[in-house]
Design a protein around this ligand. Structure first.
Ligand SMILES: Nc1ncnc2c1ncn2[C@@H]1O[C@H](COP(=O)(O)OP(=O)(O)OP(=O)(O)O)[C@@H](O)[C@H]1O
Length: 457
């Protein structure tokens, strides 16, 4: 394996070295084997042994794992059958640190109702009660991992309860289950779905997460939730997602690569803000500055997969940037990444949209459901240009997620300034979105500041 130079902004130099590699995975760099003796790893191993068979739910954040193919299809209504290259175990031997920092792995849990750190143990009976014995009436979805139910805890908290399919439960699924738990237990961010806890008992694997009740971004782009998403709202959502991934890449310790950024993994709140979910494929990285990538099996969703990762099996945070580029194109065009029913020239949405951009007619790639006017076409063009950078074939040419967030913030600001020049006339403007979103004065405005509450300037 070739050693590559360190990508810009890959890891914060301030972070302490912490390694959480798994058996079957390798890392490139000087401290490849450091994890073997890391005390945090021992801690996690003990923790894993303990939690199998115990009715303990760690309150925190979420995910589902996958009995599905390792690569799912980004095209409409279809699951791809492409398998991963091999099947090392993800995070089944990952590590908890005993740090008290909320950025770091923690064995603490939080109170679902208050959202504060604490502990709460769920019993199977409690989960069963919350879902009215897993009543079909409470079923809200079905994914590769299993069935998703809406539930209400006894303190009134609404939750989504993900129950793994028993017949598909196996070692890999178990590792994916733990993978998600481990990744999610580390995070706390406004734009990431929160894990309230999990239960692993016998053949039951259940994850309890924050309920986000307004569907997925993909459903919104498909117009399944009434109003079409306005451009201003799409920009807000794109910024939310950029912040969420920036947080994973730069402000968790160690960093996390999501690996499955796609429109159906973006849940939408009632206020049309975004929460990123689905951490079954997430990988915890290392902070060793000598390590530039992790070599691992390919996972993700076709249509969103970084071609360099596909070719080399080397995973870096820039793979998420690539997927984010696909997502940006999806949001501007309204199309799925792979459109099987379109003519050949339009089947791969990014190729088609980038071609329109190159020809100087990005407006032709713009979602027909969006209103066309000078500010909106200009904003779409700028977003497509950013997407073009994210989609660079070589990861070193792609911007960091933080940079993407900053660029998008500037695009949104320019769009608002030109579409709604005066507050006194803005409410009467034909361009004004039906559902106004919050004002933000800076890239880290009031709400954004919440997103970045852990960042010290
Ligand atoms: N936290 C949640 N709050 C509300 N609804 C949710 C939540 N998580 C999932 N859902 C609903 O359940 C459905 C299935 O979710 P799940 O994450 O299991 O699978 P998926 O992402 O749709 O499929 P895949 O297996 O391809 O990733 C989602 O489409 C969504 O409608």
């Amino acid at each position: 394996m070739k050693k590559t130079s360190s990508p810009q902004n890959l890891y914060s130099s301030q972070r302490k070295q912490k390694s959480a590699f798994q058996e079957g995975d390798t890392c490139n760099g000087t401290s490849k084997n450091n994890h073997k003796s890391h005390p945090a790893l021992k801690y996690f191993r003990v923790a894993v042994k303990k939690f199998s068979g115990i009715f303990t739910i760690f309150l925190f954040s979420q995910r589902k794992a996958a009995s599905k193919s390792d690569i799912t299809d980004g095209s409409r209504n279809k699951k791809d059958q492409i398998r991963g290259v091999s099947s090392p175990i993800d995070l089944s031997t990952g590590s908890y640190s005993n740090s008290s920092s909320r950025h770091k792995y923690s064995n603490a849990s939080s109170n679902a109702a208050s959202g504060q750190v604490g502990t709460l143990n769920f019993s199977f009976e409690e989960i069963s009660k919350a879902t009215n014995k897993f009543s079909p009436d409470n079923k809200i979805g079905e994914g590769g991992f299993g069935t998703v139910y809406k539930g209400r805890l006894k303190d009134g908290t609404l939750v989504a309860i993900k129950r793994a399919k028993k017949n598909t439960y196996d070692k890999v699924l178990s590792s994916e289950f733990r993978n998600e738990i481990l990744a999610l237990s580390m995070i706390e961010h406004l734009n990431l779905v929160r894990l309230y806890g999990f239960l692993e008992l016998g053949d039951e694997r259940i994850i309890v997460v924050e309920y986000v009740g307004n569907g997925t971004l993909r459903e919104h782009l498909d117009g399944k939730h009434g109003n079409v998403l306005e451009l201003a709202e799409r920009l807000d959502i794109a910024i939310d997602v950029a912040h969420a991934i920036t947080y994973l890449h730069m402000y968790t310790d160690p960093p996390i690569i999501h690996r499955d950024i796609k429109a159906s993994n973006i849940l939408i709140t009632e206020k049309l803000r975004a929460k990123v979910t689905d951490f079954g494929f997430a990988r915890v990285t290392t902070e060793d500055s000598g390590v530039t990538h992790i070599s691992t099996q390919i996972k993700g969703t076709s249509g969103y997969l970084d071609p360099e990762y596909l070719r080399t099996y080397q995973l870096t945070d820039k793979s998420d940037v690539y997927s984010f580029g696909v997502l940006l194109v999806e949001m501007m065009t309204g199309r799925h990444p792979i459109e099987t029913k379109k003519p050949n020239s339009e089947r791969l949405t990014i190729r088609w949209a980038m071609q329109k951009l190159k020809e100087g007619y990005p407006v032709l790639a713009m979602d027909p459901k969006l209103r066309r006017n000078a500010p909106s076409t200009m904003a779409v063009e700028k977003v497509l240009k950013l997407a073009h950078q994210c989609l660079a074939p070589l990861r070193h040419s792609r911007p960091s997620m933080r940079k993407c967030g900053e660029v998008l913030w500037g695009i949104r600001k320019d769009f608002r300034d030109s579409a709604f020049p005066s507050p006194s006339t803005s409410h009467h403007s034909a361009n004004f979105p039906r559902r106004d979103s919050k004002n933000r004065d800076t890239p880290f405005g009031i709400e954004d500041r919440g997103n970045f509450k852990f960042i010290s300037a």
